[in-house]
Design a binder for this molecule. Sequence first.
Ligand SMILES: [Zn+2]
Length: 165
Amino acid sequence: MPSAIVLKRRAIDKRYYYRHRRRISVRKSRKWYSLTLEQRQKLAERSRRWFQRLTLKEKLEHSRACVAYTRKKRRSLRRLAIKKLGSRCANPRCMWINKDGSRGCTDRRCLQVDHVFGGGKKEYKKRATIRFYQNVINDLRGRYQCLCANCNWIKRALRKESLFI
Ligand SMILES: [Zn+2]
């Protein structure tokens, strides 16, 4: 049995979906991607007007739902991306020793996605984390690898990507 908060959340989500089902179904369908820029802008304008008409409480509820959705999505995508890259620090000389005595950090909390050939800053600046993780998952050219935080920063220093070290 899920907790009361989860049940409440589900009820809110359901109500939210029911209220905005038309807009959501447009976004989710392929239709959104086949629209021209003007048509998309028109839809965006409509949802902007819809948002303005909400009460303050509803606005808060809506933005909270959006934030929660993004967070959940980002977390699950990060998990998938790290899993795809092997869930282990790719540096053969990684100094981290795991609980079972093997080398190469497997602690998911400090594993990071590294761009093998650099250029991460440029991609990071686009600020679309969800898109970034999707790129990692869909990548077939081996542009990304999994490194622990230490190895990642050491690599950065060696490549003189950082100005401070
Ligand atoms: Zn490492």
